[in-house]
Design a protein around this ligand. Structure first.
Ligand code: TEU
Ligand code: CA
Length: 553
């Protein structure tokens, strides 16, 4: 594998609206990120990915962009962003923007022009079809947020436009070379401004199976999940290769794709040497539909990494702004503690690939315990989850409970800086409720406690970057250990050094036989001290939920 500058980096996702508010309007801002740059420096972060801050009506929290060349005034100005880029550079922190190009906002000038003249140049930037009332729609695809993907084109009773997400997110027509050129121009404009790269949103959706056609209904609304269409759409590689050549490759830019349905044979094209992207997220654990167990989690992440071994780098996460909190999802409720949060952190963080931390994860932020009313929350995806639950026969209370477990808002409540007013996030009224757990879980209470979750993350990053071990963590082989042993998540990283990660994911102790003796304990979730392991045998007993990261003889 060719070495690239991003291989040894640690990345962090900021959800700007909920990160830190500096002017008291209840909305996090770019200045808030600048103020906290030393926080990231101290933690050891190299790359900061900012969820969208472009001009937007915020129908889908900025994933609906109305001007790709400017910053939404609620987040700041272009000058603020330039300052962030410059201040980041001083600290060796690269800024990564979110690239949302499957769709734009219906308030973007392209869409306004398309509405004014659907047959003109900008009409061809979108998917606009003729449709008369009473006739079937062009196809029965269900949008990701519920309801048909088709919506009446404003001002034209006889036309509809396609939106696979919210109706305020019309899909851009990638089949049109003029549109593609506009996108590449915009990407390069940002790269010229000095950003380190992009996270590429919802990119698998840019290739549609045409002509539009129905798939078998999978709910009694007569519609079909987008996945059915995506499984049949082929040819996305031409778009992605062109985009990479016209943009990222010219700049050696970092690019991380939101991709989750690639076929085995496509992997080298996506993330191999000079692939379409530098890396893509590993969503294998997030996609598990059954009730979560340690074994399911292990099998998913191990399989994902065995699959890309020798080909390229995955980006590892336990959560993002679209998921409930990782600790609430992957750790059984009765076992949720600082110790298990640390265990989960080490398991995913020391896998091959690029570790991403999502804002608040490093202090162990959890899901909401309950939701009293739909209005307490914000996300445009909530209504579909709620209504579908009611439709399936759940009570109102059960449907709200489901949202407390599944809503994307779990990850979007403001960062818990302290146990003070509004968790120290704002002096004003926060745009979204603060998670009531902020009095227990907050940064201020953890920063001086060497046994806190926050310090564990700091230690984890420092360990991965320790010159003695770095090449093993970055380029060492990944070899699962005792893969079939129930509730044990264990693997070897083998390079210049032999390192093992051993996690006993259960409430009983568990005995294992190691391939050799332990030379040194590098990290544990039980106590901070042991430098030399006293064990003289290769058989060790892991206590309940014990994590050990060790160097082997
Ligand atoms: O998400 C794309 C995506 O496919 C899903 O994770 C999606 O959020 C989910 O199915 C809806 O419940 C990206 C962004 O990460 C997400 O925040 C945006 O809403 C979406 O694209 C549209 O831009
Ligand atoms: Ca603000």
């Amino acid at each position: 594998m060719e070495k690239k500058w991003w291989h040894n980096k640690v990345a962090y996702q900021i959800y700007p609206k909920s990160f830190y508010d500096t002017n008291g309007d209840g909305i996090g801002d770019i200045n808030g990120v600048i103020e906290k740059l030393d926080y990231f420096k101290e933690l050891g972060i190299d790359i900061l990915w900012l969820s969208p801050i472009y001009c937007s009506p915020l129908a889908d929290q900025g994933y609906d962009i109305s001007d790709y060349y400017n910053i939404d005034p609620r987040f700041g100005t272009l000058e603020d962003l330039d300052r962030l880029i410059a201040e980041g550079k001083k600290r060796n922190i690269g800024i990564v923007m979110d690239l949302v190009v499957n769709h734009c906002s219906d308030e973007h000038e392209w869409f306004k022009k398309a509405c004014a003249d659907p047959d003109g140049e900008y009409g061809k930037f979108f998917y606009i079809e003729n449709h008369k009332d009473g006739e079937p729609l062009p196809c029965n695809w269900r949008s990701y947020f519920g309801g048909s993907v088709w919506e009446k084109l404003p001002g034209h009773d006889d036309k509809v436009y396609l939106h696979v997400f919210h109706k305020k997110q019309p899909d851009l027509n990638w089949e049109n070379p003029k549109l593609r050129k506009e996108i590449y121009k915009m990407i390069n404009w940002w790269l010229d401004r000095g950003i380190a790269g992009f996270r590429i949103d919802a990119i698998i959706n840019i290739k549609k199976k045409l002509p539009f056609s129905d798939y078998p209904a999978d709910r009694d609304d007569g519609m079909t999940s987008m996945n059915n269409m995506l499984a049949e759409a082929s040819g996305i590689g031409e778009f992605l290769d062109e985009m990479a050549t016209e943009t990222f490759r010219k700049y050696q830019a970092f690019s991380v794709g939101e991709v989750f349905n690639e076929k085995d044979e496509e992997l080298p094209l996506f993330i191999g040497n000079d692939g379409y992207f530098s890396t893509m997220f590993d969503f294998s654990a997030e996609l598990i539909e059954e009730e979560m167990t340690p074994d399911l989690y292990k099998n998913a992440i191990f399989k994902a990494h065995e699959r890309v071994e020798g080909i390229g780098f995955l980006s590892n996460i336990i959560e993002n702004h679209d998921e409930p909190r990782g600790v609430s999802r992957f750790i059984p409720k009765d076992a949720l503690s600082d110790a298990t949060k640390k265990m989960l952190a080490a398991i995913y963080f020391l896998l091959p690939g690029i570790p991403f931390i999502y804002q608040g994860q490093e202090i162990g932020m959890e899901n909401l315990d309950s939701v009293n009313d739909l209005n307490e929350l914000d996300d445009c995806a909530n209504a579909d989850i709620y209504e579908n639950a009611i439709h399936e026969g759940l009570s109102k209370e059960q449907a709200l409970q489901l949202l407390a477990e599944k809503s994307r808002d779990n990850a979007r409540t403001p960062f818990q800086w302290s146990d003070g007013a509004n968790a120290g996030f704002t002096t004003g009224k926060p745009w979204l409720m603060i998670n009531p757990k902020y009095t227990d879980i907050n940064f201020a209470s953890q920063k001086d406690d060497p046994n806190s979750v926050w310090h564990f993350y700091k230690d984890l990053i420092a360990l991965r970057k320790n010159p003695e071990y770095e090449s093993t963590f970055v380029y060492g082989k990944f070899i699962p250990f005792l893969k079939r042993q129930h509730n044990l998540i264990a693997y070897n990283r083998v390079g210049d050094k032999h390192i093992m990660v051993l996690a006993n994911f259960q409430k009983d102790a568990q005995t294992i036989s190691l391939p050799s003796k332990i030379k040194k304990v590098l990290l544990t979730n039980v106590s901070k001290t042991p430098d030399n392991f006293s064990s003289t045998s290769t058989e060790i007993v892991l206590s309940p939920y014990e994590l050990l990261v060790v160097e082997m003889v």
